[in-house]
Design a protein around this ligand. Structure first.
Ligand code: TYM
Length: 333
């Protein structure tokens, strides 16, 4: 049985990178026969970055509504909020006790924070919480608690999935074969979707295009994508062009080929941006309507999440009973 699982951190408004890197491939996977899908709102992860309760709650609602608007069917998949599953932090501790500290020292997010401190002439760990350091262990628990074997993500998350394999394998080695080891599933055409400035689209770079921005707002943002100064009529490079990569993430291979030819024959940047806006809007517009409808009914979303948590705990609770027994703890339940 294939089990697909992925999550999005509830630290802000979902953007096109989350959609193309995770939501779209995850929903496509959920329509395949013989696949069980687990999609969740990573609100414990959000606390690592965001200490504003209203923002966490708002983001949770927005991300839940986004999944549903993009076609997730809560009756066919397991759709839940991470913090509604107490077995996840419980497993996090069991994994913490087998996770190598040296491996965690090499996690990208932690290393980036240390490098920044060093550059700023600060103490290496200044301002870094143990939460940031432990991030990959919590993420491993998310995946292993449902024995998921496929994890659709953007390239930035691959290292975390490799760590989940490592922790799962160590646990299995010590306590018997409890976990399947997960693999990342990456859509190469969107592995890293660029943002407005050409760097990875990311909440932390403030270069995102919100998935459900109004058409006017989306158009304005797209017109602001960084391009070089080549004039209309001059051939343009597709290589390294954020505009082209964004187009490619939404277009069919034929449409992308046609756009590559337009680049070669000197399409004006303004015209290419208009084409990008129209291509994205064609996919997003029908979902935007559903999104707005859902956002007006937070109670309905909450009901869906509660039902999802119940369904998810029906799997997680017996697993934790087995794991507690395996490591020598008393049966709680
Ligand atoms: P997060 O919230 O940063 O991003 C959610 C998903 O969106 C993908 N993504 C991108 N893909 C392509 N291009 C981009 N510019 C881009 N930006 C974001 C991410 O790769 C991710 O798939 N730790 C995770 C959430 C998480 C999780 C998990 C994921 C928690 N537990 C278990 C999978 C399995 C995170 O912060 O993603």
């Amino acid at each position: 049985q294939q089990r697909v699982l992925t999550g999005i951190t509830t630290s802000g408004t979902p953007h096109l990178g989350n959609y193309a890197g995770a939501i779209r491939p995850a929903i496509a996977a959920s329509h395949q026969a013989g696949v069980e899908s687990f999609y969740f709102l990573a609100d414990y992860h959000a606390l690592i970055k965001v200490q504003d309760p209203a923002r966490v709650q708002r983001s949770t609602l927005e991300i839940a509504a986004s999944w549903l608007a993009c076609g997730l069917d809560p009756d066919k998949v397991w759709f839940y909020r991470q913090s509604d599953i107490p077995e996840i932090p419980e497993l996090t501790w069991l994994l913490t006790c087998v996770a190598g500290k040296g491996l965690l020292n090499r996690a990208h997010a932690y290393k980036a924070a240390v490098d920044k401190n060093t550059l700023d002439g600060e103490d290496a760990d200044a301002g870094i919480t143990a939460g940031l350091f432990m991030y990959p262990v919590l993420m491993a628990a998310d995946i292993l608690v449902f024995n998921a074997n496929k994890v659709p993500v953007g390239r930035d998350q691959v290292q975390h999935i490799e760590m989940a394999r490592d922790f799962g394998a160590r646990f299995n080695h010590l306590y018997g074969e409890h976990f399947r080891l997960p693999e990342a599933v990456i859509d190469e055409s969107v592995a890293t979707l660029p943002g407005l400035d050409g760097r990875k689209m990311s909440k932390s770079y403030d270069n995102t295009i919100p998935l459900f921005a109004s058409p006017a707002e989306m158009k304005k943002l797209i017109l602001g994508i960084k391009t070089d100064s080549r004039a209309p009529g001059e051939p343009k490079e597709t290589e390294g062009s954020a505009l082209f990569q964004l187009y490619q993430a939404f277009a069919t291979p034929q449409e992308s080929q046609a756009m590559a030819e337009a680049f070669a024959s000197g399409i004006a940047w303004g015209e290419a941006k208009q084409a990008l806006f129209e291509r994205i809007d064609r996919d997003i517009a029908p979902m935007r309507e559903k999104y707005e409808h859902l956002m007006a009914r937070p109670g309905d979303i909450e009901d869906i999440l509660q039902a999802g948590a119940k369904k998810a705990r029906a799997i997680a609770t017996p697993l934790l009973t087995r794991l507690r027994h395996a490591v020598g703890l008393r049966d709680l339940r």
